[in-house]
Design a protein around this ligand. Sequence first.
Ligand SMILES: NC(=O)c1ccc[n+]([C@@H]2O[C@H](COP(=O)([O-])OP(=O)(O)OC[C@H]3O[C@@H](n4cnc5c(N)ncnc54)[C@H](OP(=O)(O)O)[C@@H]3O)[C@@H](O)[C@H]2O)c1
Length: 248
Amino acid sequence: MTSVFDMKLKRRELLQAAGAMLAVGSLPFSARAQTAATGRLKIGVVGSGRVGSVLGGAWVKAGHEVMFSSLDLEHDKKLAASLGPKASAGTSSEAAAFGTVVLISVPYQALPGLGKALAAHIKGKVVIDTSNPIVARDGDMAVAAREKGAGLASSEFLPGARIVRGFNAIGFARMAEAAAKPGLVGMPIAGDDQAAIAVASGLVREVGYEPVLVGTLAGLGKYLIPGTPLAGERSPDEIRKIMATLKP
Ligand SMILES: NC(=O)c1ccc[n+]([C@@H]2O[C@H](COP(=O)([O-])OP(=O)(O)OC[C@H]3O[C@@H](n4cnc5c(N)ncnc54)[C@H](OP(=O)(O)O)[C@@H]3O)[C@@H](O)[C@H]2O)c1
């Protein structure tokens, strides 16, 4: 017998699938074919450190194929081996080329160089950017990026990519635990491309968070860094209330 819970789950799955289909409709043809055929994505992780390895690991568990990269290929090979056959390792260029979706999770000072080196691979792709300008680590370029707003700065460093900022101001260790209580904590995200936002939202949910779109990269997206009112763990409703008090 079908329980109410099963029915709710089926309805939710249908809604999710519908959302995914809408999002897929405006993806490049190769990505559309891939998603329609498998329901799963190829994800390239550029920066397999604390955040990149947790998020990539969660997406492997969710059934996606993930290629990890960093400056240390041996580390990435070991990481991939620990996650099973859906995980692989490569250079940053290989990971960016591999992914229909690319996660960029590096010290902010690496973004300008990566934007140039990976330009051909990330053009037109959904890029989830967790990277934050931290002055103590990234120096003067972080001061400039914070003045401009990290959303806008990232879009200038990664031209042509369909950027969604997310996972910027919750600690990586908590990200690893989010799946235990899915949907309780909201994840503020920002972006300019509705289809990219829909794809990123699905991936945020698979890590265990409820995505909350706060606005555009140049608007409230500037608050998606540590130390702002949107930083830290909050319920989706709390995030919406805080959003209403912020100036774009
Ligand atoms: N830690 C957190 O809890 C947290 C939470 C939210 C957002 N963030 C932000 O997310 C970003 C990543 O944070 P993290 O804590 O994961 O940093 P991390 O542990 O230091 O990892 C950074 C990764 O980027 C790689 N990398 C550095 N330069 C690179 C380049 N030029 N090309 C390719 N890969 C490069 C590193 O490779 P190697 O290890 O080989 O050098 C490493 O895999 C940062 O901007 C951080 O501010 C961090």
